[in-house]
Design a protein around this ligand. Structure first.
Ligand code: AP5
Length: 194
């Protein structure tokens, strides 16, 4: 690829704690050994760096509680920065964010217009497994949420991913990441990225 040329843009989504970052990082290691590389960007980190500098949040889990307009402003800034990246890019983000005022689209029209993804990936697994993974992660201030609510969020993410495909013409890929079968999810992700 010529330097500066746009490569593939793959957006990875999944409810908090489903294991999307784990699956992506392992898949990237696998394909790197074969000579394929992507720059991996975490959308939430871009938003958090701005919010932290401005003093509006102390940790990344506070961002989804910010005023809706403020979350949109941070989204816009992150999308503009990420869109400048040349080459193959993976964007680790959310199809939707559960906020106190309802689901907020992670990829509204103005974000999609900047990123224009080739594929949106939904990483999913059984809601009971997600619940246990969240409970086991003491590094984050996860919202207390039952299995039914996690299931509802995963269903909403499928619906909104269909809308993203309608706007951009991207494909939507569902990758399941169940307990004890991480390797299978990693292999499927690596295949998509090759
Ligand atoms: P972000 O940082 O992306 O937070 P998150 O969703 O909580 O993501 P994590 O990376 O913590 O979870 P994960 O699913 O990647 O799980 P992990 O691999 O760690 O976003 C933070 C905030 O930014 C959001 O809340 C929002 O406010 C904001 N934001 C982001 N994008 C936005 C957007 N577009 N618009 C607006 N706001 C946005 O794994 C979890 C655990 O599971 C680990 O312990 C792991 O070891 C385990 N695990 C993984 N796979 C398996 C397996 N197969 N079997 C057993 N255990 C497994």
């Amino acid at each position: 690829m010529v330097a500066g040329e746009k490569g593939r843009r793959v957006i990875i989504t999944g409810v908090p704690g489903v294991g999307k970052t784990t699956v992506v990082n392992e898949a990237l290691q696998k394909i790197k050994q074969e000579g394929t590389s992507y720059e991996s960007m975490n959308f939430g980190t871009f938003m958090f760096e701005v919010a932290q500098k401005e003093g509006t949040v102390a940790d990344r889990d506070e961002m989804r509680k910010l005023d809706r307009g403020e979350q949109k402003r941070l989204q816009q800034l992150a999308a503009k920065e990420i869109a400048k990246r040349p080459g193959n890019v993976i964007i680790d983000t959310h199809a939707s964010i559960r906020t106190p005022k309802g689901f907020l689209p992670g990829l509204p029209e103005w974000v999609l217009a900047e990123l224009m993804p080739d594929t949106v990936v939904l990483v999913e697994t059984d809601e009971d497994q997600i619940l246990l993974r969240r409970l086991g992660d003491e590094t984050r201030a996860r919202d207390t949420e039952g299995a039914r609510s996690i299931s509802e969020h995963q269903q909403f993410n499928r619906s909104i991913a269909a809308a993203y495909a309608m706007v951009t013409g991207c494909t939507v890929k569902i990758i399941t990441n169940p307990d004890f079968l991480l390797e299978r999810a990693v292999a499927e992700m690596a295949e998509l990225l090759r």
